[in-house]
Structures are given as structure tokens and as C-alpha cells.
Write a protein that binds this ligand. Structure first.
Ligand SMILES: [Zn+2]
Length: 83
């Protein structure tokens, strides 16, 4: 029985779709297009490097929300000061 299974992952450097063997999950692989090194991860199973992708995005979103709420608070407090 051949159990070679692949999944598609985008190269974080050049953005091309790569076929990565599932046995390379969590291991360092080399992009065939741009020769960049990155850790293989399958988004559908959630086995991604948290520092690389998920947490980084969440942190950015949190920062954006914080900035937005600060701007809103600044506007309301300044208008209250005018009163
Ligand atoms: Zn690449």
C-alpha cells in the first residue's frame, strides 16, 4: 500500500503553491521555486508554527483594534473637554 500523502501549502516567501508530504509536517522544508527554508505546516489540521502565522496575525489584529479604540476614546474625551 502506498501511503504517500501530500497537501498544498503556499510558500511564505514566494507565495507559490507547493506539494508537501505530510511526513514533513513540523519539519523544515525547502521551496522548490525560490529555495526558501520554512517549516511545513498544514492549516487544515492546525499544525502550524504559532509564532510564524496564527499568533502573529492575531496580535496584529489586536493592535489594530486597540489603536482604533484609542482614537475613538481620544475623540470623545476631547469633545467632552470642549463642553
Ligand atoms: Zn518559495
Amino acid at each position: 500500500m502506498s501511503s504517500a500523502t501530500y497537501y498544498i501549502q503556499e510558500c511564505p516567501t514566494c507565495g507559490r503553491s507547493l506539494q508537501v508530504r505530510v511526513e514533513y509536517l513540523g519539519k523544515k522544508v525547502v521551496c522548490q521555486h525560490c529555495a526558501a527554508n520554512f517549516v511545513a505546516c498544514d492549516p487544515s489540521t492546525g499544525q502550524c508554527d504559532p509564532v510564524e502565522s496564527g499568533l502573529g496575525l492575531l496580535t496584529r489584529v489586536d493592535e489594530l483594534i486597540e489603536n482604533a479604540s484609542r482614537v475613538t476614546a481620544g475623540l470623545s474625551s476631547s469633545s467632552a473637554g470642549d463642553c
